[in-house]
Design a protein around this ligand. Structure first.
Ligand code: MN
Length: 274
């Protein structure tokens, strides 16, 4: 019997606002949980009211890490300073390795109705912080979905039941899944024992090894190879290898040292960012 992961700590998502005034719930990157190596931030943007999301995220920079956007419902338009453009729609994902720099905007492509999406920030190690930017834009139908009477599992990154997600070439060897549990227990999710792992429940209630986790709660999991989920709800399941380096962060730039952070803002002001 592989070593089963248990809930080590629960963090309640904190309502806050970012971008040009988007109301969201943040669970990593808050006083209660500054970071969870290699993860730097997790936002849940979820509203039926346009005034909560319509302002969007106008032009802003990123350097030194990766942003992962996963749309549960709704549409977001992405545009950057290099001329890349893309539409993220319900069930789609974008894994953006910002590397040395991206200046982009992320705006809702809808003026009413429900918008629900996540953004996760994943750190890069020092040797990869200044790599050229790279996008992996994944259309909804390119994400495999494993359906059973116990629930549905969508694999964006990593592997479940022998099915691999489309994201590749990411330093932390990530697992990123959207799991709907339907009143029972789903077959075990296997992850490397020492990877950092968490779940973020976004509807209903999902239990890890029998320990119930409520909606809009992030549960950090202890070490082990096996994650056993049960209950009736929907959750993100995320894991990745820790980087174990110093972090110097300010807003959308995450480096190793204060000197690198100052250089990044200097590059941005002088137009030498990307
Ligand atoms: Mn951004």
């Amino acid at each position: 019997m592989p070593n089963e992961r248990r809930v080590a700590r629960k963090v309640t998502a904190l309502p806050t606002s970012d971008g040009a005034g988007v109301n969201l719930k943040r669970s990593i990157g808050i006083p209660a949980l500054d970071h969870l190596d290699p993860f730097l931030l997790l936002d849940n943007i979820e509203s039926d009211a346009a005034e909560d999301y319509i302002a969007g995220f106008p032009e802003h920079p990123h350097r030194g890490f990766e942003t992962v956007t996963y749309m549960v419902e709704g549409r977001m338009h992405h545009r950057d300073s290099m001329g890349s453009e893309g539409l993220l729609s319900s069930g789609g994902a974008q894994w953006m390795t910002a590397g040395r720099g991206v200046i982009h905007s992320e705006m809702p492509e809808q003026e009413e109705g429900r918008l629900h999406g996540f953004q996760l920030w994943v750190n890069l190690p020092a040797v990869r912080k200044m790599v050229p930017a790279r996008y992996q834009d994944i259309q909804p139908n390119a994400i495999p979905e494993i359906e059973s009477s116990y629930g549905n599992v969508r694999v964006i990154a990593g592997e479940y039941s022998g099915v691999k997600g489309p994201i590749n070439g990411i330093h932390v060897n990530p697992l990123f899944m959207d799991v709907a549990v339907k009143g029972g227990a789903i077959p075990t999710i296997f992850v490397p024992a020492k990877h950092t792992a968490f779940i973020y429940v976004f509807s209903g209630e999902v239990a890890v090894a029998g320990h119930a986790v409520n909606s809009d709660t992030l549960a950090i999991l202890g070490e082990g190879e096996a994650i056993n989920l049960s209950g009736d709800g929907r959750t993100l399941v995320v894991a990745g290898a820790p980087i174990r380096e110093s972090i110097a962060r300010h807003g959308p730039i995450v480096m190793n040292t204060e000197q690198e952070l100052r250089q990044a803002f200097k590059d941005f002001r002088s137009g030498n960012f990307v």
